[in-house]
Design a protein around this ligand. Structure first.
Ligand code: PLP
Length: 376
């Protein structure tokens, strides 16, 4: 039996041909595949614009440079990958961590309490955690009532939608970011993107992605002006070709993820002490399948479960260590926030294998092995 990881890319011959074609072409970077990929992503997400970048972290960095000013307070979740709140620190703004709900998403009611208390809060960074979209009506209400800028971290959620609103459409936000890391729903190797409906944001992001410079052929054919301090956060044509090929299959990938999630739900239904993070919802893009385990009911703890399953070639994962409890954040005086839901989640949650090429037989083996280890 091969190793069963928690997540993995799905690469087929058509992906390899798409990449090979670019390798044989004139442009490995700054070529035609970039725009083509961006247009297709914008179309898929229902946004006006898309800017591709070298990874999701770069997308967050550029989005934060455009949305935030030094000293701005920003509400965000402790239950995300480090990059979400790190991007707030990159621009010398101040993350404020808000507790999560049962489903692992940021608690928007608690966000509202914070907004009522503090008029210096300028933005809200949400993550559609595990692919499960947060309540868009509430997001719109917070945006309109408290005049906060909203960024949606859609690293997990391309392909998700709620009430007809697609992840990345920026219907109720200034910008969304995507990640195309291999474990994500669609991959370009490393890669990311920002979507927006605002032409001003779009132009600024394009400039920042490329050293803050603009070609100026009116002056001379070779001339460019650097107008601000930017970066090289460009994505290559090689990556975009892979992304374009993957995008054609994204809905099929998500369908398989949903079927696997449904089956996990069914298999766990009658087992006391193991609970899916949320009941099956067609809204979720199921980047992750998470269960909460009442370890008190079993003969093994979370660490033992991880290690014993590795012996059976199953590599579980956990998402996420609360960001505010990281040593770097503790040095900045974070870590003592009142987050009982997050603390409880941390004790119980694990991410099970979920990726399009996971076979139903492998899934059966995963469940059987978990039950064996827990009841051993
Ligand atoms: C929620 C979330 N945001 C941002 C990122 C950063 O994306 P990348 O790894 O492409 O830099 C990730 C990646 O793991 C993520 O899961």
């Amino acid at each position: 039996m091969n190793i069963i990881p928690y997540g993995k890319q799905t690469i087929d011959d058509d992906d390899i041909s798409a990449v090979t074609e670019v390798l044989k072409s004139d442009f490995l970077t700054t070529g035609p595949k970039i725009k083509e990929f961006e247009e297709k992503i914008a179309q898929y997400c229902n946004s006006k614009y898309c800017v591709s970048v070298s990874n999701g972290t770069a997308a967050l960095h550029l989005a934060s440079l455009v949305l935030l000013k030094e000293g701005d307070k920003v509400l965000t979740t402790p239950n995300s990958f480090l990059a979400t709140s790190n991007s707030i620190l990159y621009v010398n703004a101040k993350p404020i961590f808000v507790d999560i709900c049962e489903d692992g998403n940021i608690d928007l009611d608690l966000c509202e309490e914070e907004l009522k208390k503090d008029s210096e809060i300028k933005a809200l960074y949400v993550v559609h955690f595990s692919g499960n979209p947060i309540n868009q009506k509430k997001l719109r209400y917070l945006k309109d009532t408290y005049n906060v800028k909203i960024l949606e971290d859609c690293a997990h959620s391309i392909g998700a939608s709620i009430e007809g609103i697609k992840a990345g459409s920026c219907k109720n936000s200034s910008m969304s970011i995507l990640s195309f890391h291999p474990v994500k729903n669609l991959t370009t190797g490393e890669g990311g993107a920002i979507t927006t409906n605002c032409i001003r944001h779009y132009k600024k992001l394009i400039q920042l992605r490329n050293h803050g410079m603009n070609a100026n052929p009116d002056v001379a054919p070779w001339h460019y002006d650097m107008n601000e301090l930017g970066f090289n956060y460009r994505l290559t044509d090689i990556s975009c070709a892979l992304g374009l090929s993957q995008l054609k299959k994204l809905d099929v990938f998500i369908e398989k993820r949903k079927n696997l999630a449904k089956k996990y739900d069914k298999l766990f239904k009658d087992i006391e002490g193991i609970y899916p993070l949320y009941k099956y919802t067609n809204n979720s893009a199921y980047h992750l399948y998470i269960v909460k385990i009442d370890f008190d009911l079993f003969n093994c703890n979370k660490k033992e479960l991880f290690l014993k399953l590795r012996e059976k070639k199953i590599f579980l994962q956990y998402h996420y260590i609360p960001i505010n409890k990281q040593p770097y954040y503790k040095n900045l005086a974070y870590g003592n926030e009142n987050t009982p839901m997050m603390d409880n989640y941390y004790k119980k949650a694990i991410s099970l294998p979920l990726f399009p090429k996971l076979s139903y037989e492998e899934q059966d083996y995963v469940i059987k092995s978990i039950l064996e280890v827990l009841n051993d």
